[in-house]
Design a protein around this ligand. Structure first.
Ligand code: SAH
Ligand code: SF4
Length: 396
């Protein structure tokens, strides 16, 4: 199975290539390869992440050609005659971005954390949680399996804020993954010094997933004791300047959060130069100080996706696992039909995945990865979405 359509390089100017996908043209930055016109590549988030042989490209294109246009028809049909907020958002998504849906892999390599965020099950004060760390070899091998065997083109490497992974380990990890299994590498390792992030960019990472959690400073200070909201936002801005693709956003339904806060958070996400919006419902964890609170209704997250889409027609909006956890049968589908156009599939080995207990009973916690990919692709096809990278990155 393939999550991206190979594109044919048709023009090259400095490190920007123009790529053709069934007649549609996109631009992508090429930091990693010597390319000539006529070569085939995979791009993610506006970066060339893999070069493919003509033979492989032609095989994949043959499968896609017919399917691609068939899926577009289904998507168009479902987006017609919108009646309510979410349907309007879905039709905006269809018009502006077409039917592509990014499917990224996420690898959770450590559940140790030095912080004590009130909402999170990985907080350091949760002494009930068995902790794990994957060593660099294991991380590199798992990433390789995800890229080569499962064909992911973008991988999020996520952990608690775990200083055991020092500069040397993190650089080695990124360099080895980039060399062995080329994909877009997205770091989600919390607040580390900007200089370290800059070195990791040089090592080959190109994305950062770092939510600002809430744009309400008083609420932020309450939820993340000892942390400064401005420092986090300044870090996100600095990483954007350094060239990273930014994925950021907020939690929905934190105790004390208002509707106005959520609208401001959508605006703040957009103002940070965000490549992908990442926001999802807060789900209370029994071993945290917020155990007695409830999750927001699923409708609140769906409406936030819809508002974010209407306010930012061309953005990528992630449908999160936390939304899916609120309704395991239909959460993903509803998120995609409310304006979402991006997903992640967990590629963490199952034994560790169960221990990455940010919130309880996560969707896909015990699933077999290949079955999960199969069911996700089936869902995408049923609503006319192509699991591809088309429509992303720098527009011509
Ligand atoms: N330690 C890193 C990355 C891992 S946490 C960081 O904090 O940035 C990833 C995300 O999980 C956080 O950004 C937070 O928004 C989300 N999260 C934590 N606890 C949660 C909960 N109880 N319900 C829903 N999402 C939660
Ligand atoms: Fe640690 Fe991130 Fe959880 Fe906060 S949200 S406790 S930083 S893993």
């Amino acid at each position: 199975m393939c999550y991206a359509i190979p594109g044919k390089v048709v023009d090259i100017k400095d490190n920007v290539v123009t790529v053709d996908y069934f007649g549609e043209r996109r631009k992508a930055k090429n930091d990693f390869y010597e390319l000539s016109a006529g070569d085939y590549i995979y791009a993610q988030g506006g970066f060339v992440v893999q070069r493919v042989s003509r033979r492989e490209a032609e095989e994949v294109l043959k499968i896609w050609e017919e399917l691609f246009f068939k899926l577009q028809q289904t998507d168009l049909r479902l987006a017609q005659k919108p009646k309510d907020l979410r349907q309007i958002a879905n039709s905006v998504r269809q018009k502006e971005l077409g039917n592509s849906c990014c499917v990224h892999g996420i690898l959770e390599f450590s559940n140790h954390c030095r912080n004590d965020c009130l909402y999170c099950g990985l907080r350091k004060s949760n002494s009930f949680l068995a902790r794990y760390r994957m060593d660099v070899d294991e991380i590199v091998d798992t990433a390789d399996f995800a890229v080569r065997e499962l064909k992911f083109k973008a991988l999020v490497l996520q952990s608690g804020e775990d200083l055991w992974y020092d500069e040397d380990k993190l650089i080695e990890m990124v360099e080895r993954i980039r060399k062995k299994s080329p994909a877009l590498i997205i770091l989600s390792i919390g607040e580390r010094p900007p200089e370290l992030y800059e070195k990791l960019y040089k090592a080959g990472a190109r994305g950062v997933l770092l939510r600002f959690e809430t744009g309400n400073p008083a609420l932020y200070r309450k939820m993340r004791p000892g942390h400064d909201p401005k420092a986090r936002i300044d870090l996100i801005k600095r990483l954007h300047k350094a060239g990273y693709l930014i994925m950021t956003g907020f939690l929905i339904g934190l105790p004390g959060q208002t509707q106005e806060d959520l609208l401001k958070d959508i605006r703040l996400t957009a103002s940070l130069g965000t490549e992908m919006f990442s926001f999802g419902p807060f789900i209370p964890h029994p071993q945290t100080p917020l155990a007695g609170f409830s999750s927001p209704l699923i409708e609140e997250t769906l409406d936030t996706i819809a508002r974010a889409r209407i306010m930012n027609p061309e953005s990528r909006i992630l449908v999160t696992t936390s939304l899916e956890t609120l309704d395991k049968e239909n959460g993903l589908k509803q998120g995609l039909l409310a304006g979402g156009n991006s997903l992640m599939i967990n590629v963490t080995p199952a034994g560790y995945r169960r221990l990455y207990d940010i919130y309880p009973d996560r969707a896909g916690k015990d699933a077999d990865i290949k079955e999960r990919i199969g069911s996700t692709v089936k869902l995408l096809y049923s609503i006319g979405r192509a699991p591809t990278d088309i429509g992303l990155g720098i527009q011509p």
